[in-house]
Design a protein around this ligand. Structure first.
Ligand code: RIB
Length: 286
């Protein structure tokens, strides 16, 4: 089988990560945290996730003309993601995510989208690929334009939650949501003729078609350090597995294993697993 070719259209952020004993409640100050900076953004994370699992990947995105852009793109560059469709916006800053991570690995994220919010359909070039992956950290109209132009498998990760036009559900071959996002979308999820994958954190994930569960998988047991990027690893891995024609249950197990491994290390992109690590984990868990 030839190497799958995937285009990701989405966001690039620089993540500022404060790791503390617990997450703050509204109005509360939590001190004693340590600070780290990592490349992130759901689009960039999903692009690198698929690349580390063996796909040829291009990322269409926008960053600012600033020093944060270099830092945000460093691991994509090092990992061999094609950045020729990643443009520099003279009028906006590179996207930033402020992330708090607690001792149990749970997080809270606030995003200042910067150049991601200025990524309009006029900037879009959708090249021929086996699959196109989008998320909702760029304007919905741009996502709609991707859905209109995508050939091959079209995957939409409805994160973060936003009201989503019917045309996107109608075009999707694969919709990926977590439990909160599934609740937000409600019955709209049944409007897609494609597959719907719902991630359930430590319990794993389920795959539905037409509202009917067709597969379910649990992740191998791992020590969770930071769940940031685990969902992105899941998306990249599930698309990769489906392009490889893995049967639904096997594809879901592969994606759960990639997500679980991503939760064992700090940071979004630094934690995304290589193919070999996922295969070894699955072999041990079989
Ligand atoms: O999905 C994780 C990502 O969400 C982080 O990398 C952060 O940038 C936010 O976009």
């Amino acid at each position: 089988m030839s190497t799958p070719r995937i285009l990701v259209v989405g966001s690039v952020n620089l993540d500022f990560v404060a790791t503390a004993a617990k997450l703050p409640a509204p109005g509360e100050t939590v001190t004693g945290a340590t600070l780290a900076r990592h490349p992130g953004g759901k689009g960039a994370n999903q692009a690198l996730a698929a690349r580390r699992l063996g796909a040829e990947v291009a990322l269409a995105a926008r960053v600012g003309r600033d020093a944060m852009a270099d830092e945000a793109l460093a691991l994509l560059r090092a990992g061999g993601v094609d950045l020729s469709a990643c443009a520099v916006d003279d009028a906006a800053a590179t996207g930033v995510a402020l992330i708090a991570v607690a001792a149990d690995g749970e997080n809270q994220i606030v995003v200042a989208p910067g150049a991601n919010a200025a990524f309009s359909r006029a900037h879009l070039a959708v090249s021929a690929n086996d699959a196109v992956i989008c998320q909702l950290e760029i304007p919905m109209d741009t996502v709609l334009a991707v859905a209109e132009r995508a050939a091959g498998l079209f995957c939409i990760n409805l994160a973060p939650s936003a009201s989503t036009p019917d045309a996107i559900f109608a075009r999707a071959d694969l919709v990926v949501v977590n439990e909160g996002e599934a609740m937000f979308q409600g019955a709209a999820l049944n409007r897609t003729p494609g597959l719907v994958a719902v991630t359930e954190g430590a319990r794993g994930a389920a795959l539905y078609r037409g509202g009917v569960e067709i597969a379910r998988a649990s992740p191998p047991s791992v020590k969770v350090v930071d769940t940031t990027g685990a969902g992105d690893a899941f998306v990249g891995a599930l698309v990769m597995a489906l392009l490889e024609k893995q049967p639904p249950e096997q594809a879901l197990r592969f994606a759960c294993a990639a997500g679980a491994l991503a939760a064992t290390k700090p940071g979004a992109q630094p934690s995304l697993p290589l193919r070999d690590a996922v295969d070894r984990l699955l072999a041990g868990a079989a």
